[in-house]
Design a protein around this ligand. Sequence first.
Ligand code: GLU
Length: 469
Amino acid sequence: MVRTRFAPSPTGYLHIGGLRTALYAYLFAKKHNGKFILRIEDTDQTREVDGAVDIIISALNKAGINYDEGPIVGGDHGPYVQSERKDIYLKYAAQLIKSGDAYYCFCSKDRLAEIHEKGATKYDKHCLHLSETEIQDRIARGEPYVIRQNIPETGTHTYHDEVFGDVTVDYKDLEDNILIKSDGMPTYNFANVIDDHLMGITHCIRGVEYLMSTPKYNLLYDALGWERPVYIHLQPIMRDSQHKLSKRDGDAGFEDFLKKGFLPHAIVNYIALLGWNPKNNCEKMSMAELINSFSIDGLQKSSSIFDETKMRWLNSLYIKELSAEEFHNAAQPYYAEYYPDKNIDYKYLSELLQSRCEVLADIKERAAFLDAFDNFDLELFVNKKWKTDRAMAKSLIDDCIKATESADLGAALETLAVDRGLKKGQVLWIYRIALTGAAATPGGGEEMVKLFGKNEALRRLKAVKDRLK
Ligand code: GLU
């Protein structure tokens, strides 16, 4: 059975690239009726942030990427948090020491700095040749040590990656990496192998930064007599042709995009296509469609550039599909933050805004007219296209008030234009400015009256009349 995993470090932040890795692993597993596992890689405890695991889990939930095994839900291959698996790693490290594939290293930081100063680019295997008695003595004396992998000094290693094809690495370019740190914790270089094997991972889907170090992991699989997983390395998501989309850009996190008013599935749909070609010319796809069409041979060898404009477009399609009630609910936080306690029909505002927002955060700008009325600049009546001005506004304002009081506002405004020999657009412009004080509103005067209610509309028009005197 296919088993894939997502193995984030709990840094308090889910990068959009990480989310895509999770998504591909999920899609691949589900496509093959397999299992998708969440594993928390928290062995670098200096990087850990409180609540970070919850952030990851909540992000995956919102994205609709449901894991079958992992923290909270459990499973037969737990624990799924690496810091709770310390003893497991130590056991296998001991086995590797016995077989000569790993060794104790007592070198101090100073010594390592010294060899690097002298030009060494990697660890010099100094401790590989310590005698058994010396090792035992030093351990007994309580000297701090690490356990390093013993990499061959010569030769090459070739393995197959499903995206990149055959990858060959020279052993001389690999270092005897630390497997177990002096605090007894494993490094990624060790834990990923042990866990992927013990958790039955069949396909290892991860970032391309691990492509060249994979031979080290293969050596560990071989030394332990385990079958290697299938490797699928993914190119990063780029900000432009030179730079990765990074946390420093301030908007590379899944949550950042949610805050900007993207819908979770629109983000998921968009990033699915960043690096994978569904080969069916479809762009808008539900999770079920993504699962159905996902395949490894659509994964791209080249990196892809993140295009927020395109994601906004896709998001706008999903926004239009929301029911009126869903949109209204999703809009609440924006109303609360930017336009609380307005004397308007908020439900109707949502109706006006739904087709006019690409992302929910557009609500701020699209509804800015709500704050425009008080003391607006009367020069706004001047419109070059419509050839309107203040004097025209003054001459129309009484009739605008009358039209508002009439039973059929639309017809009344039309009659007004005919009676005065004006274009309908001229009357509508003046009417809408007089009501809102804003040049841009979602919908025209009639919609605005419906939004404010007749009384408020009349109050506004009368206030404008006073100002035009
Ligand atoms: N913890 C690693 C990371 O955050 C996981 C890499 C992998 O998927 O093996 O990059």
